[in-house]
Every structure is written in structure tokens, then in C-alpha cells.
Design a binder for this molecule. Structure first.
Ligand SMILES: Cc1ncc(COP(=O)(O)O)c(C=O)c1O
Length: 442
């Protein structure tokens, strides 16, 4: 047995403290992946697994794409690292400028981070610093939304609306409040695309404005489509209304596009799909096709310009050692090239109808209480097993992996978000596998 195979059979004592994982359960019965190409993973034993969730919502162009592999290989051999604090390297400027061309209109300044969580915290800090720079330093409040997920750092966790995080890690950042979430199965169950009911839930921001006075609020952050808390698609007219209220009160609107960015909904960014323009938006995951960790904040020109009016010197006291890391920029350029050559920004729109029909065909499947979809995302919500919430979705996920299809689950919702290169027979395989598992599940 070679060294790596040995490690894999003795995981129970492994030093690796796995993230967001039931460590003891996993190490007793590991699910391992050893190789990937295109739409597939292979397990260490050579079993082929169809990727129904783009790794972790990030491998949007499919695995080990040649342009990306070659760009990273070339870059690591040329220059492994160079700082971006008071120094620069051409590839970071090139990548930012290329990104600005696909960004939502006007959001053409790019701040690099290493993850979605860091992008969120960076966006929140830019919002606070901008309000101060324009003479509105009393705007210190940050408003999130119930059931929001904005990563795991303190800022993102605080504006996030996940009770478990809030319970475990204490009060978080001061001056945070939340508007209501938009999930309304009583009126919207089995909606195809954007639900018809709930635009008025955006008015909850007016309630929060009344409570705190709008002049104390710096920014509101929402995911255009909430992914990690169960695929919650915004009701028709909701994001438009949120935009109006923010504009009326001088509040910045931040879209967290860590999941929705990079073609997931059929445009480069969700804001372009919805026709609603935020003031800042985050990206990560698909930005480098998951190859090298990277996040980014896209910032409206006028916000950047406000920082450039101050005294000469460092305009924003913020940055990461690896902001604009050369390997991440190389992976990003390779990703952009792949997307542009293969029309991947638009591909989710072309498959939208087929995907929607395939997902909603499970309406009569066992245990299913709701199906939600948009672009190449779908959530199938199961009725919780009595006394064991989340268990049915977990078992579906495990059995699906055993049957050769990788999916995700969150709570009692199974989430699907395949690479955008998926073909129709592969879409059929994903949902047929889920149907057959559900039919045999307690
Ligand atoms: C909307 C959103 N924001 C932020 C994050 C955090 O990104 P990361 O895990 O790269 O820190 C995620 C991760 O899933 C996300 O879905």
C-alpha cells in the first residue's frame, strides 16, 4: 500500500480538523475524492462521480480545464509570489481590468481578497469607510437579512442570519440589525423561477430605518439568491424595491454574489440578470473556477473616487498579504478565457428551462414539500423526519454519492448547482438519481 492509500484507511486519528463537517462521523466512513476532470470526480478507488454542485458552488467551468491549468503552471514557474502593498505585479492589474469589463455597469474598481468571507468583510469595511470619507461618519450600522449567509468571519457572520452561528460565537459586530427573510412556502411553494409573492417584504427595511433612523445606516447586504440557507429565490420586484429604499435613504446596497456571480444565473452577475444595480458586490468561488482561492469586491467608481479625494497617502487601511496573488490572478485569467471562448456566462440561461423542468419533475417524489430554482441552481426541500431534522437530506446526500452523483444539502433542502458545462443527459441523471433515492428513503 502506498503512503497516501495508507493515510486514507486510517483517518479516524487524522490531524485534519475538517471544516463544516461532522468529523467523527466522517472519519469513520470517509467520502474521498482523488481526481477530477470536466463534469466528474473520481474516488481513490477509481469510482466516477458526476459533480452536481460544482465542488462547492465554485467549479463553474468544470474541473481541470486546460487553459486554467496551463496559466497557473506558467505563473508558478515565472513568479510564485510578489507583494501588493506599495508594490505591484502586472498580472494583478491585468486581471482587475479584465474583470472590470464584465462587472455590473459602473462597478469597475476591484479589491482582491482570498475568499468569499474576506470579500464580505472587505465590502462592509469599504462601506463604513466610504460613509466617513463623504462626511457621513455617523452611519455605522450594517443591516443584513435573516437566513443570510455571508461567510464565517466576524463581519459576515454578524450580518448573516444563521441562528446557530449567532448562538455559538456571541454577539459579533456591534450596530448590526436584520430585515426579514423572503422564504414564504405558504404562498410560494413550487414556484418556477422568481416567486410571485413577497416584494413587500423589502419594506421591512423601512421598519429598520424607522427604528434606528436611516441616517445611522451605512449599508444593507443581501445575497440576490440565498444559496447556503436553502436556495431562496427573491420574489418578483423584491430586489428592485430594496434598491429604491436604499437610494432614498443614502444607504449603500451590497450584493453578496459569491455564489450567484460568474454565470450561475445566466449572466456574469445576478445583478445583471435582475436588472438591479448594487453599489458594491462580492465575488469568489467561480472567479478562479475554484482552482486557487480568491475573492473580490467590485466597487462603484464614485465610491472609489471619494477615497481618492482625501490627503495623499494610503486611502484604505485594509488588505491581505495575498490580495491579488499572482497564481490566483493567473487562474482567474484562464477562467475568463475559458468562459468567454465557451459562452459560459450565458450557458445557464440557455439551459434554464430544461433544468427547471427536470427539477420540478420531482414535485410528486416522496418527501418533497417544495422545489425552488433559478439559472443553474435548484433546491428540493424535504419534509423533515420526525425528531430528526436534516437527516433525510443528509441520507440523500450520502446515498447519492454512493450512486455516483455529488450533491449538497443544507437543513432539509438538497441543493444542486452543477458546473455550467453540464449536458442535458447529465441533468437527467442528477434528478433521476435523487428521485430513486427518495423513493426508497424512510
Ligand atoms: C453568499 C456567500 N457569501 C460568502 C461565502 C463565504 O465564502 P468562503 O467560503 O469562500 O469564505 C459563501 C460561501 O458559500 C457564500 O455562499
Amino acid at each position: 500500500m502506498n503512503k497516501r492509500a495508507e493515510i486514507m484507511t486510517g483517518l479516524e486519528q487524522s490531524a485534519f480538523w475538517m471544516p463544516y463537517t461532522a468529523n467523527r462521523q466522517f472519519k469513520k466512513a470517509p467520502r474521498l475524492l482523488a481526481r477530477a476532470e470536466g463534469m466528474y470526480y473520481w474516488t481513490p478507488e477509481g469510482r466516477k462521480v458526476l459533480d452536481g454542485c460544482a465542488g462547492l458552488w465554485c467549479v463553474n467551468a468544470g474541473h481541470s480545464r486546460p487553459k486554467i491549468v496551463e496559466a497557473v503552471r506558467r505563473q508558478v514557474a515565472t513568479m510564485d509570489f510578489a507583494p501588493t502593498f506599495q508594490m505591484g505585479h502586472p498580472i494583478a492589474f491585468e486581471f482587475a481590468d479584465r474583470l472590470a469589463r464584465i462587472a455590473p455597469p459602473g462597478l469597475s474598481r476591484v479589491f482582491f481578497t482570498n475568499s468569499g468571507s474576506e470579500a464580505v468583510d472587505t465590502a462592509l469595511k469599504i462601506a463604513l469607510a466610504y460613509q466617513r470619507a463623504r462626511g457621513e461618519g455617523q452611519r455605522f450600522r450594517l443591516i443584513g437579512r435573516e437566513r443570510g449567509y455571508h461567510g464565517v468571519n466576524f463581519g459576515g457572520m454578524s450580518v448573516g442570519g444563521i441562528p446557530f452561528n449567532r448562538k455559538t460565537f456571541g454577539p459579533g459586530v456591534a450596530g448590526v440589525d436584520h430585515i426579514r427573510h423572503t422564504h414564504d412556502p405558504a404562498r410560494n411553494a413550487f414556484s418556477r423561477g422568481q416567486p410571485a409573492h413577497g416584494a413587500e417584504l423589502a419594506d421591512d427595511l423601512e421598519r429598520v430605518c424607522q427604528l434606528h433612523d436611516p441616517s445611522s445606516i451605512a449599508a444593507v447586504i443581501v445575497e440576490p439568491v440565498a444559496g447556503s440557507t436553502g436556495v431562496l429565490v427573491p420574489p418578483q420586484g423584491y430586489l428592485e424595491r430594496l434598491r429604491e429604499i436604499c437610494t432614498k435613504h443614502g444607504i449603500l446596497l451590497i450584493f453578496d454574489e459569491v455564489i450567484t456571480g460568474f454565470g450561475r444565473l445566466g449572466k456574469a452577475f445576478a445583478s445583471q440578470r435582475f436588472g438591479v444595480l448594487p453599489d458594491l458586490c462580492t465575488a469568489a468561488k467561480g472567479l478562479t473556477n475554484g482552482t486557487v482561492p480568491m475573492g473580490a469586491v467590485f466597487v462603484r467608481d464614485t465610491i472609489y473616487d471619494a477615497f481618492m479625494q482625501g490627503p495623499d497617502g494610503i486611502e484604505l487601511f485594509h488588505g491581505y498579504t495575498y490580495s491579488g496573488h499572482p497564481l490566483a490572478c493567473a487562474a482567474g485569467l484562464g477562467t475568463l478565457e475559458t468562459f468567454e471562448e465557451e459562452g459560459l456566462f450565458e450557458r445557464a440561461a440557455a439551459l434554464d428551462a430544461y433544468w427547471q423542468d427536470a427539477a420540478h419533475a420531482l414535485k410528486d417524489a416522496r418527501h418533497v414539500v417544495d422545489i425552488r430554482n433559478l439559472g443553474l441552481v435548484a433546491g428540493i426541500e424535504l419534509e423533515p423526519r420526525k425528531g430528526a431534522p436534516g437527516r433525510r437530506a443528509y441520507e440523500t446526500f450520502v446515498k447519492s454519492f454512493e450512486a455516483g452523483v455529488l450533491i449538497r444539502y443544507t437543513g432539509d433542502t438538497i441543493a444542486f448547482s452543477p458546473p455550467l458545462i453540464i449536458e442535458k443527459p447529465q441533468i437527467d441523471r442528477i434528478f433521476e438519481t435523487t428521485r430513486s433515492i427518495l423513493s426508497a428513503l424512510d
